[in-house]
Design a protein around this ligand. Structure first.
Ligand SMILES: Cc1ncc(C[n+]2csc(CCOP(=O)(O)OP(=O)(O)O)c2C)c(N)n1
Length: 637
């Protein structure tokens, strides 16, 4: 039995010797590597916080003390130390452990949101709550990376924490110099005086002498740490601010020296007021493939970059082509240069690509400024993170009718990252924005086509949304209906029973649905509107030619494309039933994309069955029999 297998909870850590803790750290790293390379997951960040997490659980008394992991992608070690060694092999699998803290999994988990830069605000509130409730023996601990510290919310929180002088709050800045990519903050560059902290130089010296002695990985580690000196300064520069604000600052500390970290944390815990502890760690430590990975230290395995054949890659390739033709097109990413597919554009046109850090709100309003300045910005972010910048999209961009194109990768069901990552909100949020045009490409060809159309729009904002993963086969239109592509007319001899309007790749799912329904005598016209906002008015006329309208979208049902189609029909006095299929308006658990879509009923089989039932309700005789058979357990295949 390994030492790690004996750890059933944080209390089991407390009696271990220094040697045992070192052994434990090794066992944890082995398990992290073995598991994540099999299940996928955040490897680099977790390898970097092994000693730090051990120290946290030895010093603090969870769950009485509250531990908040910012973003939460680095909480695997915490999972292992809080009774989840035996189930760790199920990480990110349907029904298994989530990739982030999960209150359903453990009383030691608290915040599951996984959107960065929130930990200090949660911690501020928690500490105030315990004070008001008269529970002064609790300490709140927030662990925040230097990447997450680039998010504005973290600074809003610090401003308030500084004023809450008697909060028992320990903020640990886990500074590894990396976000997805090296953290490059503007603070140090733009502030005139950069103070070099002697303690920081001391830590670098320490790391140089100790880590350089380690064969193979030593030199690269030192090289990278030294290379990120600028990044560390970025965090040190705000140290001036911490001191000025009156927040106690401790550090910088070598985050891989467990004893040293413990000592600092004990001091911080006993201080009785907000303390910021600055630890320097090495992302990916202990796994040469991660340490030497120059893209992102294996932030994630498999790598989150835009692999050939993915939607992100198709977008990235087209951006390079557009960039060559249109010198006014610029690109913005919020700390996701590689995953969004913008790396090629940045390499080709370095002056026209901006990585703003984990700062979606700033990204969008900065894009507004770029547009006001005569450029056409393309803001490439994951759909779920656009939520952060809704007000900026609405008031800063749309109100001014600015030509900004939002490219929303990972729109719809994403998969193993779970509830906080499914991009199921943008389709509804964007429907609310006056003047916003939303495109949903169904295949690779349409990504290129619609992206080009979007950057041609000069009098207002546009969105191009597409899902995660591999792009499917291409399907050409057989006819046009206004701006809408008709992909399939009812099969020979069948009537125009159903008008199936599929948004984006759901149009291709619609084709499979049509095949299944044709077998049962139901004629389906399948169309792809290409633009889901504004809804093509031609659909109103087409609806009149059918007996039922069906919409299918990979987005929450409430207020999405389907509701917009129903509204269009009402507005045109088309008295036609509309069935809107989409994701249930719930926080959907993790699983593969296919598993989640299956559970949401968005597979051809489920859709065919439900549409058959709906048609039967409105039809005499033949179709009704088919539907009855289907509902009585003979699935419509
Ligand atoms: C609002 C938001 N934008 C983007 C992301 C995607 N993301 C996840 S982790 C990460 C980098 C975090 O860097 P850091 O906080 O330094 O932690 P590290 O992985 O280096 O330990 C990013 C950009 C996110 N989770 N939330």
């Amino acid at each position: 039995m390994t030492l790690l297998e004996c750890i059933k909870g944080p209390e089991d850590l407390k009696g271990l010797s220094h040697e045992q803790l070192t052994r434990l750290a090794g066992e944890i790293r082995d398990l992290l590597i073995e598991t994540t390379t099999r299940t996928s997951g955040h490897l680099g960040p977790n390898l970097g916080v092994v000693e730090l997490t051990i120290a946290i659980h030895r010093v603090f008394d969870s769950p009485k003390d509250k531990i908040v992991f910012d973003t939460g992608h680095q909480a695997y070690v915490h999972k292992l130390l809080t009774g989840r060694v035996a189930t760790f092999g199920t990480l990110r699998q349907r029904g298994g452990l989530t990739g982030y803290p999960s209150r359903a999994e453990s009383e030691h988990d608290l915040v599951e949101n996984s959107h960065a830069s929130t930990s200090l605000s949660y911690a501020d509130g928690l500490a105030k709550a315990y004070k008001l409730r008269g529970e002064p023996d609790r300490t709140v601990v927030a662990i925040i990376g230097d990447g997450a510290l680039t998010g504005g919310m973290a600074w809003e929180a610090l401003n308030n924490i500084a004023a809450a002088k008697d909060s028992r709050l320990v903020m640990i800045v886990n500074d590894n110099g990396w976000s997805y990519q090296p953290t490059i903050g503007g603070l140090a560059e733009h502030l005139a005086a950069i103070r070099v902290n002697p303690r920081y130089e001391h830590v670098l010296d320490y790391i140089k002498t100790t880590l350089s002695r380690t064969p193979l990985v030593g030199a690269p580690i030192y090289g990278t740490l030294h290379g990120i000196k600028k990044g560390i300064k970025d965090v040190l520069q705000p140290q001036v601010m911490f001191e000025d604000l009156g927040i106690k600052y401790v550090g910088p500390i070598d985050g891989h020296d467990e004893r040293l970290v413990e000592t600092a944390l004990r001091h911080a815990r006993d201080f009785g007021a907000p303390v910021l502890v600055h630890v320097i760690t090495r992302k990916g430590l202990g796994y040469p493939e991660a340490e030497q990975n120059t893209v992102d230290c294996l932030h994630q395995v498999p790598a989150a970059g835009a692999a050939p054949g993915t939607w992100s890659r198709v977008f990235g390739d087209e951006m390079v082509a557009i960039g060559a033709r249109r010198p006014d097109v610029v690109a913005i990413t919020a700390a996701m240069l590689h995953p969004t597919g913008l790396a090629q554009f940045a390499a080709a046109y370095p002056d026209r690509a901006y990585d703003v850090g984990i700062a979606e709100q700033h990204a969008v309003t900065s894009a507004a400024g770029l547009a006001m300045g005569g450029l056409h910005p393309v803001v490439a972010i994951y759909s779920t993170f656009l939520n952060r910048a809704f007000d900026q999209a609405l008031m800063d961009v749309a109100l001014h009718q600015l030509p900004v194109t939002f490219v929303l990768d990972r729109a719809g069901v994403t998969g193993p990252d779970g509830a906080s990552h499914h991009g199921m909100w943008d389709g509804s949020l964007m429907q609310l924005v006056p003047g916003m045009k939303v495109a949903a490409p169904r295949d690779a060809r349409r990504v290129a086509e619609l992206l080009n159309e979007a950057v041609e729009v000069s009098d207002g904002p546009t969105v191009v949304r597409f899902p995660k993963g591999k792009v499917g086969g291409e399907v050409e239109a057989v006819a046009k209906l206004g701006g809408t592509d008709v992909l399939r007319e009812p099969a020979g001899g069948l009537g125009a029973d159903v008008l199936l309007v599929g948004a984006g790749p759901m149009a291709l799912v619609g084709l499979e649905v049509a095949d299944r329904l044709a077998v049962h005598g139901i004629g389906v016209t399948v169309v792809d509107p290409r633009w889901t906002k504004p809804v093509d008015e031609a659909l109103a006329g087409a609806a009149r030619q059918h007996r039922l309208v069906v919409t299918v979208e990979d987005n929450g049902r409430a207020g999405g494309f389907g509701d917009a189609v129903a509204r269009l029909l009402r507005d045109h006095d088309v008295d036609m039933p509309v069935k809107t299929f989409g994701l249930p308006q719930e926080f959907l658990a993790h699983g593969t994309r296919d598993e989640v879509l299956e559970e949401a009923g968005l597979t051809p089989q489920h859709l065919a069955r439900q549409i058959t039932e709906a048609v039967a309700l409105r039809s005499p005789g033949d179709v009704r029999e088919t539907a009855t058979a289907a509902t009585e357990g003979h699935p419509v295949e």
